[in-house]
Ligand binder design. Structure first.
Ligand code: NDP
Length: 292
């Protein structure tokens, strides 16, 4: 069996086009242009790349973006003050504080300072708390987990009742993905670094989401035949045949797993492009919420 390869780039492109069309319609109707503010503290090169690509993506769909940069030496008070100013700025519909913050800053306090109506990254404790509670709905769902679910909903006939295994329990990926799968009525097992007999647990998965940051750890013979595999991992592995001296790989041994799975995301080109598409979608939603 050779799996269907889920083309996240194409799906993300379609979502971006939909957001672009909705933004154009808003402007035509005399409504405001959605605005996203990014806050980058310090000079983490990976964070700089992510923030730049978010601004570029905003520009392509007609969302206005405002970049704010603070030095790594910024105090907790300075970061929170900036967030408060952005909360009060009507041109800013969404606020994204790029994580991780430099050591010494209290991430939870900064996230808590973001107005929940502008929490387009979905990491405000109130939004995450609502995600975990029955009968409550978060205003925004974190972007990578939302992108993961979007791909699942479009590639699984019926999630309800299936066994889903989530590898990883981080605040930004594993845990929110697991909560979303519970909301979709899957039976969810969350695995982490202390899980025993991981291959056996993974073999029970109709749906497998891997978010551990370990290159190709999940082997083909761990995968249940026909399972839908979403590989969130993005890992750099040395490869001198590539111009940059490395290549990107996921947490799943793709060439092995694609022979067993029913559908699988590649890395790159799977979940990665979905993250920014979902951020654009969330920013548009924030603008719509602010109309009311
Ligand atoms: P974290 O390092 O925060 O979390 C990793 C999780 O994996 C932890 O829960 C950890 O367990 C678990 N884990 C680590 N080693 C093992 C192991 N050997 N067996 C089982 N579980 C293990 O990572 P993130 O959640 O931030 O990211 C995960 C991956 O997703 C990374 O490759 C990252 O680059 C990628 N990513 C991709 C994004 C995208 O847009 N595509 C966005 C965000 C992340 P424990 O809790 O016990 O420590």
């Amino acid at each position: 069996m050779t799996a269907k390869i889920i083309d996240g780039t194409a799906v993300a492109e379609q979502i971006r086009a939909e957001v672009g069309a909705a933004v154009a319609k808003r402007i035509e109707a005399g409504l405001s242009k959605p605005g996203l503010a990014t806050v980058l503290v310090g000079e983490n090169p990976a964070s700089q790349v992510y923030v730049r690509s978010k601004h570029k993506a905003c520009g392509e769909v007609g969302i206005e973006s405002f970049g704010f940069q603070l030095p790594a030496s910024a105090s907790q008070g300075e970061v929170e003050e900036l967030v408060k100013q952005l909360n009060a700025d009507p041109k800013v519909n969404g606020i994204l504080v790029q994580l991780p913050l430099p050591a010494g800053l209290d991430e939870e306090r900064v996230l808590n300072a973001i107005s929940i109506e502008k929490d387009v990254d979905g990491f405000h404790p109130l939004n995450i708390g609502r995600l975990a509670q029955k009968g409550r709905d978060p205003l925004f769902i974190p972007c990578t987990p939302a992108g993961t679910m979007y791909l699942l909903e479009n590639n699984v006939d019926k999630i309800e009742g299936l066994n889903a295994v989530v590898l990883g329990r981080s605040n930004i990926v594993g845990m929110p993905v697991a909560l979303l799968l519970v909301r979709a009525n899957a039976t969810v097992t969350i695995c982490h670094s202390r899980t025993q007999n991981l291959p056996d647990v993974v073999r029970s998965a109709d749906i497998l989401v891997a978010a551990i940051g370990k290159p190709e750890m999940v082997r083909g013979d761990w995968v249940k035949p026909g399972a839908v595999v979403i590989d969130v991992g993005v890992n750099r592995v040395e490869d001198q045949t590539r111009p940059k001296g490395y290549r990107l790989t996921g947490d799943v041994a793709f060439d092995e797993a694609k022979e067993v799975a029913g559908a699988i995301t590649p890395v790159p080109g799977g979940v990665g492009p979905m993250t920014i598409a979902m951020l654009l979608k969330n920013t548009l939603r924030a603008a719509i919420l602010s109309d009311k």
